[in-house]
Design a protein around this ligand. Structure first.
Ligand SMILES: [Zn+2]
Length: 341
């Protein structure tokens, strides 16, 4: 939290008072007011140089997608950029804040999560800190939406709450003005909002972050009819590849199934940010486990011929649910996202 309010407010520290330290002090002089958040609705990230570091993109996207309030991933990214410059451990700030999302130890006690299920809640571990940041921002956004009369968009109000504590937002009925805390919260919100666009993908996310799941030619197409399949037709597309070919996640997401899939042999199912699932069948080897977060192109195993097959290949499905029977046309799905098949 801001040093300036430390002592006086200490007694009033409530669950929503959030500890964040500004790392950047900027001069004033930028235009006043804040943009609305209509243009933030599409939420994909610009990844790589001048954008979000690839190592954190999937975590940030997942944190945004876990929020039902329409929290843009690019807002979380711009916030991390402002808090720590995307450094997992920028060193303890003068106020005591820690990690990529600059949690104060006291705040972490209530807001910390064990995002990667390693048995530890560690503010220095981005796999814990980023989900915790997303959860906290989501909660603040939910609260902010209940105050349409406040000065600032819900996203701006949530950011101000993260920086100064929601109590300050209530006190000022909006983003605290420049006169509060030497403009730190005011500028925090403004800098983040001005950086959102530069961290947003150019296409609203449709064509970014998806990839061909294996390097190899297409085989049996979607919905080909035949007695080999229990439904009477092929529920995915096949890639004709020899056993041992690396198989990669087609899009960013989280592994929800990794193991024996009966007729599918060794299979992996990944849940994606948009609510779809991708499935990879007949693998000879699986190299991920349930809960693992992945980006497109990350290896999940090796192709093979396990389960009900006539020869080695990768069977690939896109589904609207985690299980068999909710398949949609995977070729059309990937093409729409810029993947050449
Ligand atoms: Zn198949």
């Amino acid at each position: 939290m801001l040093q300036i309010i430390g002592g006086a407010i200490a007694a009033l520290v409530l669950a929503l008072v959030i500890g964040v330290t500004l790392l950047l002090v900027i001069s004033g002089g930028r235009g006043g007011g804040g943009g609305g958040d209509a243009q933030l609705a599409a939420g994909s990230l610009k990844v790589g140089k001048d954008g979000v570091p690839a190592a954190y993109a999937a975590l940030i996207q997942q944190a945004a997608d876990d929020c039902e309030e329409g929290l843009p991933a690019s807002v979380l990214a711009a916030q991390l950029k402002q808090e720590s410059g995307f450094q997992a451990d920028p060193g303890r700030s003068s106020a005591g804040a820690l990690g990529i999302a600059q949690f104060m130890p006291g705040t972490w006690k209530t807001a910390g999560v064990d995002g990667n299920n390693d048995g530890r809640k560690d503010p220095l571990d981005p796999e814990d800190a980023i989900p915790a940041q997303g959860k906290m921002m989501c909660k603040l956004l939910r609260t902010a939406k209940k105050h349409p009369d406040y000065d600032g968009s819900p996203v701006e109000l949530a950011l101000a709450g993260y920086n100064a504590g929601w109590g300050r937002v209530e006190q000022y009925r909006g983003v605290p003005p420049r006169s509060f805390a030497e403009g730190q919260t005011y500028n925090y919100v403004k800098i983040i909002m001005s950086n959102v666009a530069s961290l947003t993908g150019p296409d609203g996310g449709l064509s970014s972050g998806w990839a061909r799941p294996v390097d190899g030619p297409l085989g049996t197409p979607y919905h080909q009819r035949g007695g080999a399949w229990s439904s009477g037709m092929h529920t995915g597309i096949d890639f004709t590849v020899p056993t041992g070919t690396p198989v990669k996640a087609a899009g960013p997401g989280k592994v929800v199934t990794a193991g024996d899939g009966g007729a599918y042999g060794n299979q992996v199912v990944i849940k994606h940010a948009d609510g779809t699932y991708s499935q990879y069948g007949h693998l000879s080897e699986i190299s991920v486990s349930t809960g693992k977060r992945l980006q497109a192109g990350q290896k999940i195993g090796l192709s093979g011929a396990t389960g009900n097959v006539s020869g080695p290949h990768l069977h690939f499905e896109i589904r609207t649910g985690p299980g068999y029977g909710s398949d949609i046309d995977p070729g059309a799905f990937l093409r729409k996202r810029g993947v050449k098949l």
